[in-house]
Ligand binder design. Sequence first.
Ligand SMILES: NC(=O)c1ccc[n+]([C@@H]2O[C@H](COP(=O)([O-])OP(=O)(O)OC[C@H]3O[C@@H](n4cnc5c(N)ncnc54)[C@H](O)[C@@H]3O)[C@@H](O)[C@H]2O)c1
Length: 409
Amino acid sequence: MESLIGGRRPFGAPRGLGPPTKTCPAAQSREAMRRDNWRAKAASACNDASVTEPGDPTAPQTTDRPASAATPRRGRQTGEPSMAREPDYHTGRPTKVAIVGTGMVGSTFAYTLMLSGIASEIVLIDANHKRAEGEAMDLNHAVPFAHPTKICAGDYSDCQGAAITVISAGVGQQPGETRLELVRRNAAIFRGIVPKIAEANPEGIIVVATNPVDVLTYITVKESGLSPQRVFGSGTILDTARFRYMLSEHLGVDPRSVHAFIIGEHGDSEVPVWSLANVAGMRLPSFCAENGIPLSPDTMERIFSQTRDAAYEIISRKGATYYAVAAGLMRIAEAILRDQNTVLSISSLITDYYGIDDVCLSLPTVVSRRGIERVLRLDLSPKEARGVRSSAKVLRATIESLGAASNPG
Ligand SMILES: NC(=O)c1ccc[n+]([C@@H]2O[C@H](COP(=O)([O-])OP(=O)(O)OC[C@H]3O[C@@H](n4cnc5c(N)ncnc54)[C@H](O)[C@@H]3O)[C@@H](O)[C@H]2O)c1
């Protein structure tokens, strides 16, 4: 007999109120109940003489609705449960997303994704399974305020069928630590988890968020064996957002109206593309001259250093950054799930660009349901081209120091 305390099942008890596990039994039984209820209703509706085929002139009019309103709804015609969970109606494909690493970044992304309603299922995977379970429970309790979404804790086999697996597992950046200093610890973690994800889901897209994101994206491309079209990192999506925000503050316009990119490494060697930055197609020098806004080299240096060093500033105050990167991951997920062909500065395997080869770094990239459609090869100023080449050199040196580089030829 089940033990109930004060009429309630103890926390963690095996049935009913227990944490959502990888197979989401509670969600599955709710789904089954909904289907059974629907079938019962459909059967009784079919036996009901008041429900008639469209266009039957002999049918008694049971309501004074116009004829068009009496057209049977889809479920009655097909016998299909009309209340069953639908795949994404934009693409007709399932919208399961797996998140590996449910710390601050992974769980904030899961929350953002659940609020957006674009995923039908979210699976949370973490070395600390209890944490993943706790996050799943907390998120499930927000579902009634948002959108129907199956959320559960799982293991790597649950990556199967996910349109996207986001990896945010690893150790975070410590105050004063560079992203590249994190590499050895996180590379070892990735060598453990990436083959498991690829084995469970050879068809899906992998998006890396863990730092140093460019090097770990490279390791993921190599360790997964997946097409580089379907493996990429969040790269400078966050730095680009920060740059647009800092510029918008200076220019006095909505950040969404500022078109500017940070390219190269997500880190200290990243490169602001000043030469192509614009508002409504006006390059910044013209926009500023027209509007009486200063744009001296000092101002530009201040805006860029605030962009580049933002993570250090935030980490020194609150210990981690997660809201903005989660919003960036959300934007990537939306571009994929909604098949949007959105241009995003993400990190991918680059070949033959200003002499750069076989390294992952960020350039504006068209992202769709298939992953990377194409990388946009910007026409850079000589200074910017030098900058992105030296970013590639920094990354290449790290990759080689890990013994992760491709064999020549
Ligand atoms: N790309 C970006 O723009 C960006 C921005 C912010 C943070 N980050 C990076 O994201 C990563 C995660 O940051 P966070 O703040 O969420 O850290 P966190 O410590 O809060 O979470 C990391 C999670 O990974 C889990 N984990 C560790 N090893 C694992 C393994 N082998 N398998 C599965 N799970 C494992 C931990 O249990 C933990 O829950 C860090 O590397 C951080 O630097 C990237």
